[in-house]
Design a protein around this ligand. Structure first.
Ligand code: NAP
Length: 274
């Protein structure tokens, strides 16, 4: 990506907790000037306050215009920031919401029916520039706004653009919540390694590089995950023994993953009705 120095947009971030800070961190690593970023958060983290020394604007009252307003509060806090959002309407700002389960039409009700609004679903690896972000724009987003937003989002990883907003429940369940599933696998594998006699350091180092290596193979290989799996599974071997349990149709991972991810998608649907 050649976005460095080309991204020259003034950005407001309302609600800068874990997810928005991960995005902000990536932007700062990509040479976006902290002076162009205005954070609005009642309790800014120490990390944010540290960035103030480098020019990041935190809770300033300055009357400046913005190209983008990223909304990073929890979905249940949306009502609290209604007035702030409304105050930015009719000013040619593109609103970018990362709120799980909050539909574009709800944002249009709050901000304005003819405002440029984009719903995104980023994920936490954005922090290390390896995020993947789903994107759905409303009809008022102009090509130039869309192009500049793509630069902003690609600064922290890949993007997938959607035409149908209804797919966002599935997106949220797969890539929004997905890193936590992998963190859990890392936790469990480490725990089992320790039970089998490894020290924590030994087990964790083996686990994290196994996940990193396998993930890189999935991304970089021309083979699908199923083929990669089959290639490392010799009949009667050790992997085969483990996979027989993991892939058991009655109580193995296919059933568990299906139930878990569907529950996440269902929760996303419920959140959209709050
Ligand atoms: N975490 C993820 O992996 C992830 C992935 C995809 C999407 N998301 C979405 O990203 C959003 C934020 O999630 P998060 O995990 O980053 O939550 P979070 O860490 O709780 O961040 C929310 C931030 O908003 C602040 N805030 C609360 N009320 C505010 C107000 N009235 N004005 C301005 N800021 C306010 C909070 O401050 P206080 O802490 O003081 O309340 C906090 O710093 C959610 O809508 C979530 O659905 C998260």
């Amino acid at each position: 990506m050649t976005a460095e120095k080309k991204i020259n947009q003034r950005i407001k971030i309302i609600g800068c907790g874990k997810m928005a800070s991960a995005i902000l961190d990536a932007w700062l690593k990509k040479s976006i000037s902290p002076q162009d970023i205005y954070v609005d958060d009642p309790k800014p983290s120490e990390w944010l306050i540290e960035k103030k020394k480098h020019g990041l604007n935190i809770n300033t009252k300055a009357d400046v215009s913005f190209d983008y307003c990223f909304i990073g509060v929890k979905p249940q806090s949306l009502d609290e920031i209604k007035l702030k959002l409304k105050g930015l309407s009719k000013k040619n700002v593109t609103f970018v919401s990362m709120l799980a389960g909050i539909k574009i039409n709800r944002l249009e009700d709050i901000i304005g029916k003819d405002e440029s609004i984009v719903r995104i679903m980023p994920n936490l690896p954005a922090e290390i520039l390896k995020g993947v972000t789903a994107v759905k724009e409303n009809k008022w987003v102009e090509p130039k706004q869309s192009k500049n937003l793509a630069l902003l989002l690609e600064a922290f990883g890949e993007t997938v653009k959607f035409v149908e907003e209804k797919k966002f429940d599935a997106v949220t369940a797969i890539s929004g919540s997905g890193p936590a599933y992998i963190f859990l696998i890392a936790e469990l594998m480490t725990e089992v390694g320790i039970n089998l006699g490894l020290s924590y350091d030994e087990a964790f180092k083996l686990v994290k590089h196994t996940i990193d290596g396998a993930g890189s193979l999935i991304v970089n290989s021309s083979l699908k995950p199923q083929k990669l799996r089959e290639n490392v599974t010799s009949p009667g071997g050790t992997t085969h023994e483990a996979l027989a349990i993991l892939m058991n149709k009655d109580n193995g991972l296919p059933k568990i993953f299906s139930a878990a991810i569907k529950a996440a998608a269902q929760r996303s649907k419920e959140l959209s009705k709050v």
